[in-house]
Design a protein around this ligand. Structure first.
Ligand code: KIV
Length: 304
């Protein structure tokens, strides 16, 4: 087994209070950075709970990170609900946001509300996230009116990356930057409790921030936003390759996992595993009786 050190062993803090929308707004008011991360399963949820993050997103990035699709588009509502429910079971304190997948909210306000309600009722999410401006602003308003908190998402919106010219930074021309700003403000006006700014120039984010009264969470949007979000698998290196320019990697867990499984395979092949301590014992008398039973059955079988 590898003995590589795991840094910052964080004990569970039982006294930590659950994150709420008023607490989140207070963090913005006080200028305290807000920490958001994605998670997609129960052990991931245990890790982010223990790390003490504020917001957890079951992102539709699950399509790529855990389901192996080339984009976020194919993931279904049912798949997202299963992942979100698993995360819910591992979380106590962070605020849990479920990502509405492509095709689950765009068609009508009714569709958007019905999907959002499933995330709350079936998976226990505290809120949902949707992407883009335009008609997404009406969908956000409808979901908020139905009593479910909504997080918006502007800039690079992966569900519509094809229409945006691929996975590339947005808002790099004055016209594009103005569109990103208009969308962010419209989502704020629609009642979103927060908005994600993804892959936009730091200076554009800094220009928009004074107009945002709700917490803004950045990913590739520089330091001016109220908080940051990273994809769990990107920051922990549970992936091939480095990922986007804005990712900082804090561990190389795919290498760790592959190394651990390779050592296990080598131990099995060399008969080093299992060792005596991995086996169960039986009292000698019981073993002798068992042996005699087998012998009896074998010889009486021979007689018939
Ligand atoms: O799906 C996702 O992981 C996201 C974050 C990058 C914000 O939308």
């Amino acid at each position: 087994m590898s003995t590589a050190p795991i840094r910052l062993r964080v004990p569970d803090d039982a006294s930590r209070l659950p994150m709420t929308l008023p607490r989140l707004a207070e963090k913005k008011r006080l200028g305290e950075p807000i920490v958001m991360v994605t998670a997609y399963d129960y052990p991931g949820a245990l890790a982010v709970e223990r790390a003490g993050v504020d917001l957890v997103l079951v992102g539709d990035s699950a399509a790529m990170t855990v389901l192996g699709h080339p984009s976020t588009v194919p993931v279904t509502v049912d798949e997202m609900l299963m992942l979100s429910a698993a995360v819910r079971r591992g979380l106590r304190t962070p605020f849990l946001i479920g990502d509405l997948p492509f095709g689950s909210y765009e068609a009508s306000d009714e569709q958007a509300v019905a999907t959002a309600q499933r995330f709350v009722k079936e998976a226990g999410c505290d809120a949902v996230k949707l992407e883009g401006g335009g008609s997404s602003v009406w969908r956000a308003a409808a979901i908020v009116a139905a009593g479910i908190p909504v997080m918006g998402h502007v800039g690079l919106t992966p569900q519509t990356a094809t229409a945006l010219g691929g996975y590339r930074a947005q808002g790099r021309s004055a016209q594009q930057a103005a569109r990103v700003a208009r969308e962010a403000l419209a989502l704020q006006e629609a009642g979103c409790f927060s908005v994600v700014f993804e892959a936009i120039p730091s200076a554009v984010a800094a220009e928009v921030m004074p107009h945002m009264v709700i917490p803004v969470i950045g990913i590739g949007a520089g330091p001016a936003t109220d908080g940051q979000v990273l994809v769990f698998h990107d920051l922990l290196g549970i992936r091939e390759g480095m990922g986007a320019k804005f990712v900082r990697r804090y561990a190389s867990l795919l290498d760790e996992m592959a190394g651990g499984v390779a050592e296990y395979a080598a131990d099995v092949r060399a008969r080093r595993y299992p060792a005596p301590e991995h086996g169960y014992s039986i009292a000698p008398g019981e073993l002798a009786a068992f042996h005699a039973t087998l012998e009896n059955e074998r010889t009486s079988g021979r007689d018939h």
